[in-house]
Design a protein around this ligand. Sequence first.
Ligand code: AMP
Ligand code: MN
Ligand code: MN
Length: 323
Amino acid sequence: MKRIINHLKNSRRLVLATHINPDGDAIGSLTAMGLALAALGKETTLYCASPIPAVYRFLTGTTRITGQYDPSESYDTAIILDCGDFERVGPAYANIKETATIINIDHHDTNTGFGDFQIVDTAASATAEILYRLFKALDVAILPDMATSIYTGIFTDTGSFRFSNTNRAAFAICEEMVASGMDPYTVAQNVYGTYSLGRIKLLNLALDSIELAAGGKVSIMTLTREMLAETRTQPEDIDGLINYARRIEDVKLAVLLQELENGSQPANGKPRFHVSLRSDGGVDVAEIAATFGGGGHKEAAGFNIDSPLGDIRAQIVRLAEKL
Ligand code: AMP
Ligand code: MN
Ligand code: MN
């Protein structure tokens, strides 16, 4: 940590990046880090390859996030947030990896240890929790806007303090964030209390798609592009739906098969799916995802696969029968 603090104090121009299809921890961490470095008088660019989900746009600093990395800009340091592997930053990876110093700040079990400096803590509830400690070490005052970002990262990554990564630090830090003047109701309302009608209709289709396999040990939810079109929703509206499949009694492994958009179709003509995996703790889904080239945490992981839906289902069922 000391070497990272020294390095950050001496850096001038930094690019901060998080993973594609960002969640609350990705956006919360990106904006909190941006605010902290601004307070230290640093010049920063905030990069995220995907559009910022509407529900996180209330966070201060999201308007500064760009989806276009300008390769003519030069930075002395890149800070990669909430990414288990460097490629998760998406298309700008090839450019960002040329930055003189790379700092990897993350909490995924499958973190590859990339970069020149790492603060990887797999016991942390969220990357935002790690940032809270970093800001304390940097002696940066945590003002309400920054507190809102940190709170949002922890609140969303712990599933509103329900998932198994909910730890003492999550409560202690969030209590301190509330004490610093941020409003937890504002976060809850923005993130979970202002869904479009389409999103609720999508929930209906998602619930209807759930099938059980392997004698009820596995639940499979399927979301097609057609369902998004029918409900006029975006991929960001899928966030959290898999938790319904996970909640079913006796289910050990919940799977969400999400057909990806046209733009992400591979050249081989096969359909591309994002597969999300969730477990109740008995099954290590990070390990399963890693065998498919993905990653994540023991109880929440994911990967992409180019394959027809029927084949993916068959692979999942075969895998589940061994559980
Ligand atoms: P998701 O199911 O997409 O919400 O992701 C669950 C967890 O797995 C998150 O912590 C992600 O960062 C991680 N994850 C999802 N997809 C991938 C992937 N293709 N490669 C590595 N990690 C992933
Ligand atoms: Mn994330
Ligand atoms: Mn996270």
